[in-house]
Design a protein. Sequence first.
Length: 128
Amino acid sequence: MSAQPTAEQLEGLGDRIRRARQRRGLTQGELAARIRVSRTSVAQWENGVTPTIKTKNLFALARVLNVPLHWITDGLNDAEIRQERRRYHLDEITDQERALILQLRALDKPSRDAVVHLVNTIADSGKS
């Protein structure tokens, strides 16, 4: 990611949803109907009243609004995502690492937190 955040990164999730919806010429009600939520939900997302949005709704927003998911969630454009992938070597993930990530995602939060703590503990012990 660049040293200075872009204007899109500084704007909030709700602002990006509103901007993308308006670019597509949709009302809140039309967007709501297309992603199968209430118009009130869309209004609350846009106004920042609801702090989180279900993952399935984020994917639906990206699909209906024809924008990348990472733009909705983080305000990142494709070039910034490519830079992040290179920085963290994400294109070099092995099949074993992918499988581990999928298994980790399937765990409930307390179990996920325990696994992350265990991995951090092992990694820290290897540094000494």
